[in-house]
Design a binder for this molecule. Structure first.
Ligand code: SAH
Length: 219
């Protein structure tokens, strides 16, 4: 290992496998493909060198532009709820570090991820490219109203908290599609919410309390 390179890749891999056992499987996520994605994606590559040593701990970490990379378990929970199949088209709103997009890219055929901070979008695109995730497109802009050019989506995953369920995101779901989104104010309680579309009807199910940065509307 080069001097100053930090902990080795094999040590990070061991930590990652332990993270999946202790934080993800033990909390009830059992989908084999979700677990495989969580075992595969190197979360330490999506955080700064300063935070790489904490990459597999059970909490969010700061990234640039005052944003955060989500807790690993929450990324797994959202991916699991989205029920992504290998032929699915997926939209993520809130790229942040790009970690969640990489997990989604393991599960679906193609992922479009939208981030309003250019510095984050550019960095995420670079890391995803370096790691060989070529089925992800990073778009810089406001994704609060989705991304109509790529619709319909089989799954939409929003990684920032909205006041309510944005109708535009439901409109962009395919028949049978699922939207996973934290709903509630930033200061108060947020509920991770699953919206399942069947035809023009939707069913909504709460998945538990979460804490996310706000979904900011630029337009
Ligand atoms: N999935 C990310 C977590 C990102 S945190 C990861 O794995 O790292 C939420 C992100 O949503 C932040 O980067 C924030 O800038 C972004 N965001 C907030 N409102 C947005 C909007 N309207 N459109 C696109 N991105 C938005």
């Amino acid at each position: 290992m080069a001097k100053g390179a930090g902990v080795s890749e094999s040590r990070q891999r061991d930590r990652r496998l332990a993270m999946v056992r202790r934080q993800v499987e033990s909390r009830g996520i059992s989908d084999r493909r979700v677990l495989a994605a969580m075992r595969s994606v190197p979360r330490h590559r999506f955080v700064s060198v300063r935070h790489a040593d904490q990459a597999y701990e059970d909490h969010p970490l700061p990234i640039a532009a005052d944003q955060t990379i989500s807790q690993p378990y929450i990324v797994a929970l959202m991916a699991d709820a989205a029920a992504i199949h290998p032929d699915h088209r997926v939209l993520e709103v809130g790229t942040g570090s790009g970690y969640g997009a990489a997990v989604l890219a393991h599960l679906g055929a193609s992922v479009i991820t939208v981030e309003r901070h250019r510095v984050l979008a550019d960095r995420a695109a670079q890391v995803l490219d370096d790691l060989g995730y070529h089925n992800v497109t990073v778009v810089t802009g406001d994704g609060s109203q989705g991304h109509p050019p790529g619709a319909p989506y089989d799954a939409v995953v929003v990684t920032a908290a909205a006041d309510g369920i944005p109708p535009a995101l439901v409109d962009q779901l395919a028949d049978g599609g699922r939207l996973v989104i934290p709903v509630g104010s930033t200061a108060g309680a947020q509920e991770l919410t699953l919206v399942h579309r069947r035809g023009d009807a939707t069913t909504t199910r709460p998945l538990g309390p979460v804490r996310f940065v706000p979904l900011v509307e630029d337009s």
